[in-house]
Design a protein around this ligand. Sequence first.
Ligand SMILES: Cc1ncc(COP(=O)(O)O)c(C=O)c1O
Length: 363
Amino acid sequence: MTDDPRRAAAVAHAPSPHLVHWQPPDPRFRLIDVPTPLEHLPRFSAALGELARAAGQAGGPEVWVKREDLMPVGLGGNKTRGLEFLVGAALAEGADTLVTAGWRWSNHCRLAAAAAARAALAAHLVYAGPPHATPGPGQLMSELLGATIHFTEAPGRAALEAVLERVAADLGAGGRRPYLIAPGGAAMPGAIGQALAGIELADQLAERGLRPDLLAVATATGGTHAGVLVGLRIAGLSTRVAGFAVSGPAAPLRATVESLARELAGRSGLAAARARRGEPLDWAAEVNVDESQLGAGYGHRSAAADQAAALLARTEGILADPIFTARALAGLVALAREGRLAGRTALFWYGGGATGLFETLEG
Ligand SMILES: Cc1ncc(COP(=O)(O)O)c(C=O)c1O
């Protein structure tokens, strides 16, 4: 054991009144101490109202934002939520190295490097595709955080997973004790952290007497979407969660989100509690994945996302990245313009990633 207080992993969980059925499993390695802010966006809301009225609609929504970009470690972001449990599991297993993968702009990779530094673990990151002639900001920040970077020869997910396995095997053969985290930090136990974030949000909404009609979230590996959805349902909120796909088509992602949500609902006791009340959750209906903002695909620019980011920046002074966040924002803007949010309360899940503003993207 260590006497580093940060590594004393068994930490009490936030005393949410909603955690009656579920005590998430320790070990957990704390990376955030306080809830991320929930903020009203009055000028952005007014701008959406104007857009809706200009399109002949009755009006727009009142928009609130959950600032998952405001966290103390590694410039923050939604992936920190999952890493608390992934790093906790790694430490509990006696691992000495985190091994994970993502695209060169991956917030997950940067945050895994930051979390590893905090937990006195080594980090090896695999980036998809050959290196760029000039290292991008994601790579530079991860290297600054002490991570060792590997690249795949070929682009694409299959090569990424193959190299990830090989790097972990090589580290093991060399006497290290690697803990392998799936690309993008997807899957359990990371999704548990996202569910807690959903519960945290529900507590903040309750304090303000808000019951939003819609929550917009950017979805890539599906962990955040599934976790937040389950967290809200644990807290008794029926807010519709709209996941805007940013990295691939809706159908396979919907299946992933559904399966993660089902597993989380089972583990947390939510499924059993709803069944006892005669109100089982229909995950096929609960999981909404919208691919309307995918445009030319993952990591390409999109005019709608750029416009949505500019609107947020110029009304509220908040910078959103073009790869993840601005896509969900563009989805919200489109719904408002179509008049589907008139008089409603909408929530925007800002998962962080503003460093994506500095990445070189395809047109
Ligand atoms: C800033 C940001 N928002 C949203 C997402 C989507 O989260 P998930 O991969 O859990 O679907 C990611 C990561 O992929 C991200 O980095």
